[in-house]
Design a protein around this ligand. Sequence first.
Ligand SMILES: C[S@@+](CC[C@H](N)C(=O)[O-])C[C@H]1O[C@@H](n2cnc3c(N)ncnc32)[C@H](O)[C@@H]1O
Length: 70
Amino acid sequence: MRYSNHSCDPNLITQIYTASNYMQHVCFFAKRDIKAGEELTYSYASNHHKNENSFKCYCGAASCKGYFKA
Ligand SMILES: C[S@@+](CC[C@H](N)C(=O)[O-])C[C@H]1O[C@@H](n2cnc3c(N)ncnc32)[C@H](O)[C@@H]1O
């Protein structure tokens, strides 16, 4: 996965994994079944846009918070 968009109802979760050489990797895991061709999304609030109110969200989810926030 190269790029992915934010969703307030994402189908992926992220976890930071620190390897034995201390390199950190962002790992993506499916949080539910994902249909072939369905866009992969995760919550940007879990990392670089943490609790931001300045980034408007257009994910379109029924539960959309309007902004990139947890
Ligand atoms: C790494 S890019 C995401 C991939 C990019 N949209 C593409 O098509 O390659 C991150 C940027 O995409 C935009 N973006 C991603 N998800 C969004 C969302 N739910 N609502 C509004 N903008 C979003 C924001 O500008 C964000 O800073």
